[in-house]
Unconditional design. Structure first.
Length: 197
């Protein structure tokens, strides 16, 4: 299976995915694409010999469809079987997600369906949750709402700040996403539950 990964920033999840696709893993990376030319993850992908591309969303203004057509053109080249969003910060509309339905994953830093959208760690702290975590789900037209493929939980600790909690969740993201991708690439869509080791 060929995997394309979309990023917008440092790409720590992308690195975890790249480094997991070795040996008898059924998938290999074919592209890392960013909507930001200065995304740190692009250099980390290039270091690992993975082709990269940039499709800057800004020249398209608010024309999401045109931006998505440009994304699709890059994907036609790379011909991935699976698309992994990893810290990709652009909302994708139904015309794009419908083309990739069932073949596109995303990682979200909360225990969905709680806290769709942004600022998830602050919201979990605000709510006084004892537990928090991350979710890998299939991407649909609804934001952060597709079928859940895996979740990892962490405890919320006294005195946690959003940054401390985010850092604890990120460690689990780097465990969960590779584990879910390996199963998904092998055709296994059973829900995976991890808890902090
Ligand atoms: C992380 O907080 C992750 O939860 C979210 O995007 C942020 C950056 O991820 N998906 P990465 O380091 O760019 O993979």
């Amino acid at each position: 299976k060929r995997v394309a990964i979309f990023i917008s920033g440092g790409g720590s999840n992308m690195v975890s995915l790249l480094d997991s696709m070795t040996g008898d893993h059924p998938a290999r990376p074919c592209l890392v694409l960013s909507n930001k030319a200065d995304a740190g993850g692009l250099a980390r992908a290039a270091e690992r010999g993975v082709p990269t591309a940039v499709v800057d969303h800004k020249p398209f203004g608010g024309d999401r469809e045109a931006f998505q057509e440009a994304l699709q053109a890059e994907l036609e080249n790379a011909a991935p079987d699976i698309l992994c969003l990893a810290g990709f910060m652009r909302v994708l509309t139904g015309s794009f997600t419908s083309r990739w339905e069932g073949r596109m994953l995303n990682i979200h830093p909360s225990l969905l369906p709680k806290y769709r959208g942004l600022h998830t760690h602050a919201r979990a702290l605000e709510a006084g949750d004892a537990e928090h975590g991350c979710t890998v789900h299939e991407v649909t037209a609804e934001l952060d709402d597709g079928p859940i493929l895996g979740q990892a939980t962490v405890p919320v600790l006294p005195g946690d700040t959003p940054d401390a909690l985010a850092a604890r969740v990120l460690v689990q993201e780097h465990r969960l996403y590779p584990a879910v991708l390996r199963r998904f690439a092998g055709g296994n869509r059973e829900m995976l539950r991890l808890s902090e080791a």
